[in-house]
Design a protein around this ligand. Structure first.
Ligand code: F6P
Length: 522
């Protein structure tokens, strides 16, 4: 499947002309004044998510050109290739089918939806594994002897389940504690081991490859601690979540839940990697989480471009990165339980689209993934929002708000909602004050995502929305969003340096590393 790189389409040139003519000087306040339908045109519903894009720096004509760009670059056939199980991860020759993990066992419309025998076979495996994993989750939930679940994993084997478990705190089974250990820094594991007892702890060793050095080191230490404390029943207290069952068995773990090489680490929360979440919110809750994501998959697959939320967001990302030249996006969830959502999105976007060459390996003449950063909104307001309002760089902000809270403390939620609305308003409207210290230039763009409530299904939909928007921008940029070669070099060098830390051998090292090594060994 070959797409046409965005800069090689006629629409790219048209967008450049548009940007020069009216994009650079676009004023969203004037756009609202001259177009009474602006809110209606730039807002839409998608499964579980209402989105208001109207405070962004584009008009309907520009969005039409962006849709042309999507068509001309072959976005729709690329999307179809992903949903038919083609090996669109071309550098690793793998299919990209995290969406299959959310697909119900019986095809919703017709068998024809399951395009190939390969996909059909994998779907069967998905549901066999899901059933086993959910049965295990229910068993642990009902096992009063297990009070603590410790997930040992890093990157996608940590961020997804941790983010989701925190987000769905209201749905978590009381009486069980969940811990996440990702860092190879022994302080993290040691702090958890101080709190738990071997007889009442279940360790989940989460690693797609079962080779990641941080996870393997933590897993070895957890096992050694367990045995040193007199623990013997590894089968009851350790389970592995991995595509590499052979390595997990060799490690001494017989309880394993597998997944497949067509699930990227950062797309794996829907697989066995989601087991801590399934234990926390139960089989039904986990199914709802998958169901919300599946609804968003269907929206992405079937909705026309102009009403397709992941497509609209991905195109906006390209417009901002390549025409306006904005280099980052701030994520501002106005729900304290979404505290790890920005970190989760960092891996999703920056590991997927932080690439400098196209699928053929040719250097790209334009920017790709923006820097993603953020904190829960109200906290950010009292920290870095100053820069968002008055700094020299324009940073598009993506707000997330939730209509109905899950608490009944009077006053809080209205104050929270008032804040998120006011921040979006202030960014856009600004305030004239003689151009001095109290002047807000305004015209600062933001997107507003609104959920009715934060639930397993709405969280599933929100995360799938983000996955697909990353697919869209990556596809237009002509990059492979599904590999991550950029993390390899550091891993190789760390092995080399680790040996030198013991031996002190600095032969051939650059002077800076050699100097630091000497100080560390002093
Ligand atoms: O080093 C990056 C990475 O490969 C991520 O893509 C992945 O999510 C993480 O490491 C953990 O990998 P694994 O699940 O194989 O331990």
């Amino acid at each position: 499947m070959k797409t046409t790189r965005c800069d090689r389409t006629p629409a790219w040139d048209a967008l450049q002309t548009t940007f020069n003519e009216r994009g650079r000087s676009f004023d969203v306040r004037a756009a609202f004044a001259s177009d009474p339908s602006r809110f209606a045109c730039f807002s839409q519903s998608a499964p579980h998510v209402f989105a208001d894009l109207s405070k962004n720096l584009l008009d309907q004509g520009t969005e039409q050109l962006l849709f042309d760009l999507a068509r001309q670059s072959g976005l729709e056939s690329h999307r179809e290739a992903m949903f038919s199980g083609a090996a669109i991860n071309t550098t690793e020759l793998r299919a990209v089918m995290h969406w299959l993990l959310r697909k119900p066992p019986v095809p919703l419309v017709s068998e024809a939806q399951v395009a190939t025998e390969f996909v059909a076979n994998e779907l069967t495996k998905v549901h066999t594994t899901l059933a086993a994993m959910l049965a295990f989750a229910e068993q642990v939930r009902g096992d009063a002897g297990i009070t603590d679940v410790v997930n040992i994993g890093i990157g996608g084997s940590d961020l997804g389940p941790q983010m989701a478990l925190l987000a769905l705190d209201e749905f978590v089974l009381p009486g069980k504690r969940f811990h996440f250990v990702s860092n190879v820094d022994g302080h993290e594991l040691a702090a958890v081991l101080r709190k738990v007892k071997p007889a009442s702890t279940l360790f989940l060793i989460a690693s797609k490859t079962f080779t990641t050095i941080e996870t393997m080191t933590n897993a070895q230490s957890a096992k050694a601690w367990f045995e040193a404390q007199g623990g013997t029943d590894i089968a009851r207290h350790f389970a592995a979540l991995t595509t590499n069952v052979v390595a997990a068995n060799a490690f001494g773990i017989s309880s394993t839940f597998g997944f497949w090489d067509w699930v990227g680490g950062r797309y794996s929360v829907w697989s066995a990697i989601g087991l801590p979440l399934a234990i926390a919110i139960g089989a039904q809750g986990f199914k709802e989480f998958l169901g919300g994501a599946h609804a968003m998959d269907e929206h992405f697959r079937l909705a026309p471009l102009a009403q397709n939320l992941p497509v609209r967001l991905g195109l906006l990302d390209l417009w901002y990165r390549n025409f306006h030249g904005f280099t980052s996006r701030s994520v501002a969830p106005y729900h304290s339980a979404l505290k790890r959502y920005p970190a989760y999105l960092q891996q999703l976007e920056m590991e997927s689209n932080g690439k400098r060459v196209d699928a053929e390996g040719a250097a790209l003449p334009y920017g790709t993934a923006p820097v993603i950063w953020g904190e829960p909104g109200t906290n950010g307001q009292h920290a870095y929002f100053q820069m968002l309002h008055q700094g020299t760089d324009v940073v598009p902000v993506e707000f997330v708000a939730v209509k109905a809270p899950k608490h009944d403390l009077p006053g809080h939620h209205n104050l929270l909602l008032a804040n998120v609305l006011a921040q979006a308003q202030a960014l856009m409207l600004g305030k004239v004050d003689n151009g001095g210290h109290k002047h807000f230039a305004g015209n600062r763009p933001s997107t507003f995502l609104l959920l009715d409530e934060l639930s397993p299904s709405s969280l599933g939909a929100l995360i799938a929305l983000q996955e697909h928007r990353v697919f869209v921008s990556g596809s237009l940029w002509g990059i492979n969003s599904f590999d991550q070669w950029g993390v390899e070099l550091g891993k190789v060098l760390a092995k080399n340096v680790e040996a030198r830390l013991s031996s002190g051998d600095a032969t051939g090292l650059d002077a800076s590393t050699a100097g630091l090594l000497a100080r560390l060994r002093d």
